[in-house]
Design a protein around this ligand. Sequence first.
Ligand code: X2X
Length: 341
Amino acid sequence: MSELTRRRLLRQLAMAPAAGLMVAMPRLARAAAPEFALKYANNLPLSHPLNIRAAEAAARVAKESDGRVEISIFPNNQLGGDTDMLAQVRSGGVDMFTPGTLIIATMAPISAVTAVGFAFSEYDQVWKAVDGQLGDHIRAAFAKIGFRTFKNMWDNGFRQTTTSNRPIGSAEDLVGLKIRVPVSPMGISMFKSLGAAPTSLQFSEVYSALQTKIVDAQENPLAIVQTAKLYEVQKFCSRTNHSWDGYHFVFNGRSWDALPDNLKEIIERAFNEAGLQQRDDVRKLNETLETELSSKGMTFNKAEPDSFRAQLQKSGFYKEWKTKFGDEAWGLLEQSAGKSL
Ligand code: X2X
């Protein structure tokens, strides 16, 4: 897509009515109503690479399908929080959703295996795992609950810890910290094991929960700290790198089955390729945002993983989750992470 087209698309996104943005460009090409009008919901701000690349993919689908498929994007929790969107994509109220690995784990627990604390330390390990056998193992579980999942996951990033009151340098600093985690047993279990006082909240509530001091801390990749403006309500950013998180692109199984094969191919190819570009965008952002967030007043520090891992081991965290996920998935995790946990 040319820079000009891309800018025009972004402008359209910015002007889109609150009820959801129609990716309108394709309709210009074809006067007739689309045969397949699909809804895609997500929890991230419009400026996040996930929305930018998804809008490009939707425009590509409209063009390549000659206007037969129109994908409307509902960003930024417009259709409700994660739990609501998950229920809607299950029922068919929306056709597509990108839940984070922890969010969809409330329906398919195996999804959280890729979020085990301090398993992955770099992207090479992550993509090898989720593009390979471990990813296939997880996607098979999604199929059992009626979802069709695109092969390429999209990136959220390595999660970092932000607080309003103190930097986190080692596990001890987490003791008693009131920290928000996503609505997920894994998030709660990990931070409880580390001695913190975690609370589950949907992402839609995070900014106001930090602003009103219901919690003092949260953990998310830098691209989210930036695009959701969490720097306005947080002071410290500690590079804890405690777990990797990504987005599965899930489709309601019945909506998917209703599409003819050639349109399925167009959609899947567009979103898989956009996903690879999005991975690149997020990696670059997460590498460069420290400077920008520092200039906005955040204080950064780096935490070493050793004390956290030791505490997780001591508390029985790894043992408990190995039993829950089973030997096969755990073996694949250890193999791709290149260490025994
Ligand atoms: O809820 C979060 O923290 C987020 C935005 O990272 C997810 O979607 C899991």
